[in-house]
Design a protein around this ligand. Structure first.
Ligand code: NDP
Length: 252
């Protein structure tokens, strides 16, 4: 259990499954009011119901991070119910690998729109909440979920890796702007984690390759990353873990 989290208000994107769902559940267990954002409304409602049944507070907001108007409407709904958010977890993402020579512009667009522009739309909608919270002496956190793929070289994952490198560098740059305002920015880079991420890939060979990696390395559970999010956001206000990479122990 972590101190300092109770009473805070978090927005978690991509909260319908995998890491985002685990983050929402873990934060709620720590007494955080949680806004769950993703496209699948029913999945979000189900998770929010579970949180409430366990005595927590949760709001499900269906929105598409690739659409700035949709994110804006979500922000208005959040403000109406909970007021200001002081903890934002940019986690929504898609991974659609294929050889660059296949020229899958549709997949490139989805990854850039979701992983990079989606995070920016969310930051645009909530950064004012974070800096206002910090200005009043409260604790404010922006947590971006990047990936080990921001650094490691995986053939056929060029565009995905590039979107994650963008998030890692964006995090460092935002810290230079927001740190002086007492808003913490943390970039988390998970290794292989057992979630639904692989289900959206349409290359059977690359899916099989990923299964092989999971067999060799083992995987992190989504709850391992959720635990990390709770750890970094529960440090004393003057401590900012800027960058954390978490890998299955056997993943070299
Ligand atoms: P999941 O596929 O389980 O979760 C992705 C989440 O993002 C879902 O809840 C999905 O919900 C949501 N999402 C996707 N597109 C959008 C959109 N346009 N608008 C709003 N929400 C969206 O995979 P993970 O939990 O693994 O992925 C979470 C993050 O972790 C991603 O950024 C991924 O890159 C990163 N990551 C994962 C690793 C792994 O091995 N699993 C390793 C390193 C990083 P819905 O479809 O309902 O919108």
């Amino acid at each position: 259990s972590y101190e300092n989290l109770s009473g805070r208000t978090a927005l978690v994107t991509g909260a319908a499954s995998g890491i985002g769902e685990a983050v929402a559940l873990t934060l709620a267990e720590q007494g955080v009011r949680v806004v769950l954002l993703a496209r699948r409304a029913e999945r979000l409602e189900e998770i929010a119901r579970k949180i409430r049944a366990d005595g927590g507070q949760a709001l499900a907001v269906a929105a598409d991070v690739t659409d700035s108007a949709s994110v804006g409407r979500a922000a208005a709904a959040v403000r109406e119910t909970y007021g200001r958010v002081d903890l934002v977890v940019n986690n929504a993402g898609v991974m659609l690998p294929n050889p660059i020579e296949d020229g899958r512009v549709d997949e490139w667009q989805r990854m850039l729109d979701t992983n990079v522009l989606g995070a920016l739309h969310v930051i645009r909608a909530f950064v004012g909440d974070l800096s206002a919270t910090a200005a009043e002496g409260g604790t404010a956190d922006l947590v971006n979920i990047s990936s080990v793929a921001a650094h490691d070289i995986f053939p056929n994952y060029a565009v995905y890796g590039a979107t994650k490198a963008a998030i890692t560098h964006l995090s460092a740059l935002l810290r230079s702007e927001l740190g002086p305002k007492d808003v913490r920015v943390t970039n988390i880079e998970p290794g292989l984690t057992s979630t639904e991420l692989k289900d959206h890939m349409d290359s059977p060979e690359l899916a099989t390759q990923l299964d092989g990696m999971a067999d060799r390395f083992g995987t992190l559970a989504a709850t391992d990353i959720a635990d990390l999010v709770a750890y970094v956001t529960s440090r004393p206000r003057h401590v900012n873990l800027r960058q954390v990479m978490a890998l299955p122990t056997r993943q070299a």
